[in-house]
Ligand binder design. Structure first.
Ligand code: PGA
Length: 279
C-alpha cells in the first residue's frame, strides 16, 4: 500500500478509536484480530465490493469496455497468462489489469473472499459452487539436468524414475496435489529429497544436479528450458486442464465478460499456437 509501518499503526489506532473497540491483540510478535476487528474487516470487504459493483453498474450503463480486470492465477499459470494479456490490452487499452499470483491454496483463499473477477486453476476446489471454463491443457512433465544418465533413454519405467531423488513443490500447491494423486493411484512412492516453494527454484535445483522433478511444461516455455532435459517416462505426463473460474454467486463485470469472450474467440487459440511453437 506504499505506507510506512508507523503510518499503518497510526491509521489502525484512529480506526480503533472511531469504532470505539480494540481491533487486535498482540500475542508475542503476532497480531490477532479481536471479534470487533473481524467484524470491521468483513464490513470493509462488503463496502469495497459494493464500490466494485457500483463501478460495474456505471460502466454497464455507459456500455464501456473500461475499468480494471482483477485476475488471480496459480504460479504455473503466470508463465503464459501475461502472453494472453499483452494482446488483450492492445485491443482494449482502456482496461487495466490487476494480476495476482499464488499457489493453489492461496488462490482458493482469495476466491473465498471474492477479491478478484476471475481465477486460473488446474484443480479448482470441488467444495465450492463454481462456474468453470475449460481453458488449456497443462501437461506436467518429468525434468532432469540435461547431462542426466536418463536424459536420452526412451520409455523409462515410472518405478525407475521414482527412485531418483525428487524435488517436490510445497503443501498447498496444485502441482504437488496432481503428482501425489497420480503416484497414489499407481501405488508408487517417490523418493522425495527436498520440498521447494517455487517452480523457478526447483528448476535451478534440478539444473545443479540436486534431483529430478515434475513440473508444468509451461514453466519450460518462452526460453525456460536451458540446462534441463524433459525425460521420456512411461505413464507421464500427468495431464490436468487449466480452467478459468469464478464463484457462481459473483456476477461478472463487463470487463471480466469482455476478457472471457476474448479468450474463447481468439485469445485461447493464438496462445495455444504460441505455446506449441515453443516445444
Ligand atoms: P501450483 O499451481 O502448483 O502453483 O499451486 C498449479 C495448479 O493449481 O495446478
Amino acid at each position: 500500500m506504499h505506507l510506512t509501518q508507523p503510518t499503518v499503526s497510526m491509521q489502525l489506532k484512529k480506526l480503533a478509536s472511531a469504532v470505539d473497540a480494540r481491533l487486535y491483540d498482540q500475542v508475542g510478535r503476532k497480531l490477532i484480530f479481536t471479534e470487533a476487528g473481524l467484524a470491521v474487516v468483513s464490513t470493509a470487504r462488503e463496502v469495497l465490493q459494493s464500490f466494485d459493483r457500483l463501478d460495474m453498474t456505471l460502466s454497464q450503463l455507459k456500455g464501456m469496455k473500461a475499468g480494471t480486470l482483477k485476475l488471480a492465477v496459480v504460479t504455473t499459470a503466470k508463465y503464459f497468462i501475461p502472453h494472453l494479456l499483452g494482446d488483450f490490452c492492445k485491443l482494449y487499452p482502456e482496461i487495466d489489469i490487476d494480476f495476482k499470483v499464488g499457489n493453489r491454496q492461496q488462490i482458493i483463499d482469495r476466491m473465498e473472499t471474492g477479491e478478484d473477477d476471475l481465477y486460473v486453476f488446474s484443480h479448482p476446489p470441488r467444495d465450492h459452487a463454481l462456474q468453470t471454463y475449460n481453458f488449456l491443457p497443462n501437461p506436467l512433465v518429468a525434468i532432469a539436468p540435461e547431462d542426466h544418465p536418463l536424459a536420452n533413454v526412451a520409455a523409462i519405467p515410472l518405478e525407475t524414475f521414482a527412485e531418483e531423488p525428487f524435488l517436490m513443490r510445497e503443501n498447498g500447491s496444485g502441482t504437488r496435489h496432481a503428482i501425489e494423486q497420480h503416484m497414489a493411484d499407481r501405488e508408487i512412492k517417490l523418493n522425495v529429497r527436498m520440498t521447494i516453494e517455487s517452480n523457478e527454484a526447483i528448476k535451478h535445483a534440478v539444473m545443479s544436479g540436486l534431483g529430478v522433478s515434475i513440473l508444468s511444461s509451461h514453466t519450460l516455455s518462452f526460453g525456460g528450458r536451458t540446462g534441463l532435459a524433459e525425460l521420456n517416462v512411461q505413464q507421464l505426463p500427468i495431464t490436468p486442464t487449466w480452467y478459468l473460474v469464478h464463484l457462481k454467486s459473483k456476477s461478472l463485470s463487463v470487463v471480466a465478460q469482455t476478457f472471457l469472450d476474448y479468450v474463447s474467440d481468439t485469445g485461447r487459440d493464438s496462445l495455444l499456437e504460441e505455446l506449441n511453437s515453443q516445444t
